[in-house]
Design a protein. Structure first.
Ligand SMILES: Cc1ncc(C[n+]2csc(CCOP(=O)(O)OP(=O)(O)O)c2C)c(N)n1
Length: 278
């Protein structure tokens, strides 16, 4: 069972994030394409969650008092599978099946996969479910918390703001939303498609305790989580500014990074760049 009993070991969390990035490249190389930038960009958050913050039991995934990590952006599954494998929830070898017909590791994460709490991917619906879970847990008298990961693109959807309003109305301080601001969506930058800034001010205006940090800095994420937990009575928004493709300059520098096709030679470059960047 994973519980936070001592001060977080930031160096160990960074090492986990690095290993998870290796897993992301491994899975994506087998498929030859995909949501590589998202998996690399969100590894620091997932390492903090699975190796410091979340209370869960790999031997009893349906433990009623577990914290729920809910992935609204189902297409970020590649990053979540890397974390679940590192955390011992799914076998490491199963990562080889990512995206294959019949695999449990579909390109968009379904709740039938061990460790996946909800079927994401129909964007704009994850936070609504997380609000319901947080409310239900409170009604049941449980201290478990719900952490929802959503994207900057989802902040253009009305249902996200209905959920934000409901979370604040019900004073759900057991609810945490991470907003991954990687400045990309399917058709380019949100500022070009439909601007969302100042996004932290919007969450604050909806009644959430809000912070904005570098989402590729585990120490900054840990600091924000500590501050959030010290602020009762409101749900918590932590806006994460992240870099898509983080750790692999070849992918960091792509102009459109939402879904990439990668040539066989580029995988060799990507793997060596990841090790050099460590
Ligand atoms: C309701 C809904 N509309 C459209 C899509 C198609 N779609 C899949 S990913 C994506 C981009 C969403 O933006 P964001 O999550 O910010 O993109 P990323 O950071 O991954 O580039 C879209 C439009 C979807 N999955 N669900």
């Amino acid at each position: 069972m994973s519980t936070l009993t001592s001060a977080p070991d930031v160096a160990a969390i960074r090492q986990r994030a690095h290993t998870m990035r290796r897993h992301v490249l491994h899975m994506a190389e087998i498929v030859g394409q995909g949501y590589v930038g998202q998996g690399l960009g969100i590894a620091d958050l997932l390492a903090v969650m699975y190796f410091s913050e979340l209370r869960f039991d790999p031997a009893n995934l349906k433990w009623a008092d577990r914290d729920r990590f809910t992935l609204s952006i189902g297409h970020y599954a590649i990053g979540l599978y890397a974390a679940l494998a590192e955390a011992g929830i799914i076998p490491l070898g199963e990562l080889d099946t990512y995206g294959a017909d019949g695999s449990r590791l579909e390109m968009s994460a379904p709740e039938t996969t061990p460790g996946v709490e909800l079927t994401g991917g129909s964007l704009g619906h994850g936070l609504t479910q997380a609000v319901g879970m947080a409310l239900g847990l409170r009604l049941d008298g449980k201290s478990a918390r719900v952490f929802n990961l959503l994207s900057d693109g989802e902040c253009q959807e009305g249902s996200t703001w209905e959920a934000a309003m409901a979370g604040a109305h019900h004073k759900l301080d057991n609810l945490f939303a991470f907003i991954d601001c990687n400045n990309q969506q399917a058709d380019g930058a949100p500022s070009r498609v439909m601007g969302i800034e100042p996004i932290d001010k919007k969450w604050e205006a909806f009644g959430w305790h809000t912070q904005r940090v570098n989402g590729n800095d585990p120490a900054a994420i840990l600091h924000a989580l500590a501050a959030a937990k010290a602020a009762p009575g409101r749900p918590h928004a932590i806006v994460l500014d992240t870099l898509m493709g983080r750790g692999v300059p070849l992918f960091e520098q792509r102009e459109k990074n939402h879904f990439i096709r990668v040539s066989p030679e580029e995988w060799t470059i990507a793997r060596s760049q990841l090790e050099e960047a460590k």
